[in-house]
Design a protein around this ligand. Sequence first.
Ligand code: ADP
Ligand code: GLC
Length: 500
Amino acid sequence: MKHPAKSVKKKPLKILFAASEAVPFVKTGGLGDVCGALPKILKKRGHDVRLVLPRYWAISHEQYGLKSVLGSMGVATGNGVLWCQVFEAQIDGFTVYFIEHEHYFGRAGLYDDGRWEFLDNPERFGFFARACIQLCQDLKFQPDIIHCHDWQTALIPPYLKIWESRNPFFQKTASVFSIHNIAYQGTFKADVYPFLALGSENFTDSKFENFGGVNFMKGAIFYADAVTTVSPSYAQEIMSEPGGNGLSVYIQRRQADLFGILNGADYDHWDPETDKLIPTTYSARDMSGKKKCKQALQKEFLLEEKDNVPIVGIVSRFAEQKGFQHLAIVMHSILRDMSVQFAIVGSGDKGQEDFFGGLPAYCGGRVGTWIGYNNHKAHLVEAGADFFLMPSLYEPCGLNQIYSMKYGTLPIVRATGGLRDTVAQYDEKTGSGTGFLFYDATPRAIYDTIGWAVSTFFDRPQHLAQMRKRAMLEHFSWLDSAKKYEEVYQKALQRRAAWS
Ligand code: ADP
Ligand code: GLC
């Protein structure tokens, strides 16, 4: 179902989105989903939105019809001027610019080589931040707002204030910094600081200095005109420790300019009524297609092909944040005690890859695992599973629980961050709710809550059917979020005007 994005009443803004990933070009997680979807809806609302990304090796000139703009562009760094090329493409009605610098971005990985982070990440993304600012000037695109996302673009707000605040071109440009995950701050050794050219007077505890090194995100929290994060609960959590990952005190200082805005879902991509990646489409009115998707999932993941057993789906990065180390501890007990199957798609932590990847050999027919990144399989799991598990230790927003609700696949989630804000707890007495929440970050809580969901599948099927319908009717609209961002942009412009 499409929702018209009513156009904006206030004066349309010129907005530059600066990001390190965005669908459909490159994605390693939810950041890519958000940076593909939000510009699209803001554009539909009448703003002049443009997106800028690094031109990684994976983004092919031919596939996206990239056209050269500007010829060469010189970017000033602490090591002198570095030259790059700029390309553009049109997608979903808006312009995307690509900064091409073979040495920095002509690599298969975005941030790492699959095992180790690139050692020159601070130079790569410091350069990218300067390039985004230079791009505006060379294009004569004078943005009202530069909207930056996570540590990779965190130096843009500081550069605007430190280098450009007296530049008439940027006199009215405000910056908004969105924290998608405060655990990834962009912390590096201090020896990169001269290259970044942020000024020794700014190498202080309140700005960039952190345990003697440099912290990109800290600088953005100080300098951005407004700071946002991706759910109201997470905005609260990062104001104290451990949620703030050491930055809570700096976040508190910006409390008046901090906004928690829930992510939406891009239902152009994630809707069982229209999804082209699943075997059969279905809707809340006619769920017969979901049965076929379950059969296809069982086939694809080499699970026993039977309908009367629930499947728990998992699609995730295997990172400590996601909490699957706790599932690993109780996995054998769950399989021993419960009639349940698992369909798992994930990659990341090598120990977890080995553990979950090894399970099908021991529990053939009950656990199917795909190690790696696979969008097609991610859609199949969303559609074919009965439940979707996210036992996160923390979760700024989380998108998969939102997608899974739309597919009638009930989330089993830990009540943290955006998971708490999006999933309504099941009430066994009334049958209300859209999923199963637990509170303790322990293996036992995962065991108990999967048990609760499984017993609901067998003992209260009428509740399950009602919950599915209710979950499918939930709508996490980007339109609502976009309107809230518009308010934040106005507040940021006011802050910018007050900055001397
Ligand atoms: P995070 O950004 O912390 O990884 P989110 O829930 O916000 O978590 O978003 C994750 C996104 O990445 C979802 O769109 C999900 O489908 C996708 N994803 C994660 N792991 C995989 C994988 N192994 N294969 C395909 N898609 C994946
Ligand atoms: C981060 C968070 C995730 C969030 C995503 C998009 O990767 O871990 O919770 O949904 O960003 O904002």
